[in-house]
Design a protein around this ligand. Structure first.
Ligand code: ZN
Length: 186
């Protein structure tokens, strides 16, 4: 993962539940690429406007400037001069993001994608399953269950809202393990 692409590109996927450290890891990898004098950029979908509109911010307050895009195609258009492309909150893009990542990797770019693998029902989230299949490198992170302290892979929504996309943080989500996770009934 610390190698410099030479005449090749690849896709790294960082997935996991809420509070598992995905964004922190994305920022860490992008920072290392910057130290290696590579051109980097981080994108995130326009839907996610928590904390600050043009930054990615991890739960432990690491922060880095990011570019908000309306759709996956915009990422291609804005990445021509970049060596390493970060994409946060990838679960909110539509299926086009998969082709965009493949196109970038094919033009010798390193693509680092972070996203929630499952939604509040515990179901696969948007394009993440397909991205995980395309990944050359795949990391699945776990949080800590707030109930029992075991490793946690589930994002428990603590409100009754039934929409798949409800933007929030510790106010409406918490990390739960498999046993403590209580998916909504319908
Ligand atoms: Zn638990």
């Amino acid at each position: 993962m610390t190698l410099t692409p030479k005449d090749t590109g690849w896709i790294e996927v960082i997935c996991g539940s809420m509070f598992s450290g995905k964004t922190e890891e994305l920022i860490r990898r992008i920072r290392r690429a910057e130290i290696a004098k590579m051109n980097t950029i981080i994108f995130k979908p326009q839907i996610d406007d928590r904390f600050s509109s043009n930054h990615v911010v991890s739960h432990n307050q690491s922060k880095r400037e990011s570019k908000l895009v309306k759709n996956a195609q915009d990422i291609l258009d804005l990445s021509a001069n970049m060596d390493v492309i970060g994409i946060d909150e990838a679960q909110f893009f539509d299926g086009e993001i998969v082709d965009v990542c493949k196109s970038l990797a094919k033009t010798n770019k390193r693509v680092v994608v972070a996203g929630l693998d499952t939604d509040f029902r515990g179901e696969p989230f948007g394009p993440m399953p397909a991205l995980m299949c395309e990944a050359d490198y795949l990391d699945k992170f776990r949080a800590i269950c707030v109930i029992c302290g075991n490793p946690a892979s589930c994002s428990q929504r603590t409100t009754k809202n039934a929409q798949q996309v409800v933007i929030g943080e510790a106010d409406i989500y918490e990390a739960r393990c498999r046993n403590c996770f209580e998916p909504p009934e319908n």
